[in-house]
Design a protein around this ligand. Sequence first.
Ligand code: FAD
Length: 299
Amino acid sequence: MSWLNSSIAALMHVSPKWFFRPFAKSYVAGESIDSALEVVRKLNEKGFSATMDILGEFVETKDEAENILNAYSTLIQQIAQENLDSTISVKLTHLGLGLDPNLGKKNILKLAQTGKENNVGVTIDMENSPYTSTTFALYKKALSIHNGMGAVIQAYLHRSLEDIQELNSPLLNLRICKGIYRESPDIAIQDRNAINDNYVEMARAIFNGTGYACLATHDLGLLDRLESLIENENISPQRFEFQVLYGVPMGDRLERLKAMGYKVRVYVPFGEAWFEYAIRRLKENPTIISYVIKNMFRK
Ligand SMILES: Cc1cc2nc3c(=O)[nH]c(=O)nc-3n(C[C@H](O)[C@H](O)[C@H](O)COP(=O)(O)OP(=O)(O)OC[C@H]3O[C@@H](n4cnc5c(N)ncnc54)[C@H](O)[C@@H]3O)c2cc1C
């Protein structure tokens, strides 16, 4: 499948945007705040929590970063006004970190303040490895402003178990995901089974500490292992939640998790930058193409 994945990813650059709209539609909650809020209302009605993400990353000007900061601030206020069960998820390069580290810092600290004033959680997504240490450092600074800050840790990174020890605190809210970027073997585990093993060890490490774990995965085998860990170690549902991306088919698994009394949060991306985002993701990890195709046929 890999030659097909790469060929489709390459084709995206020369194909018209409208051609890919149907692909993106299942995974993106529209282009506007209103369409995304509507998706979140419906998820909340069904008993799911949400986290909302404005698509995009790597802004090129200070003004662009300012616009994204304002858009997120408005989003936080709307979530609070409607009393929705949703946090926000944000990438630091979208707030200007790649342009100027001080700009990224200033903007995330402002967002932490807005999150605190409106009592809305703010999770900092994790990007590729040049940003890992800075992201954790800024997460810690932001946590001193707003208790509702969250961070993300990638199970494929060799450093992650150590990072968990370092980050441990009663306020720690840490999403574990496998990691979406391509990283070299000296930085990241390449074997899929070994990544899953590390994922389970990382969940165990958070449970052995004092923090809260957000278990983000669609991998049903991994979910089985995490559920066993939770049952065997008798972990309280107050210590964790499950997270998935909007639109990824999960059969009846999410309903089952909810029925067991577990919290399930859906990551809801939206915004005009869906196309650029899709291209970047596909270039970084063309195997996603096979998920999309598989899921289209499954539907
Ligand atoms: C809530 C959430 C937040 C995330 N935040 C980050 C982050 O901040 N930084 C980061 O590096 N990564 C993030 N990721 C992505 C993550 O690192 C993985 O790349 C992605 O979730 C795929 O891994 P998996 O655990 O689902 O397992 P996999 O083994 O990769 O996938 C299992 C199955 O899930 C389905 N699937 C997985 N992903 C998709 C998809 N995108 N579209 C359609 N079907 C899919 C496929 O059917 C696949 O067979 C996040 C993931 C989730 C769920």
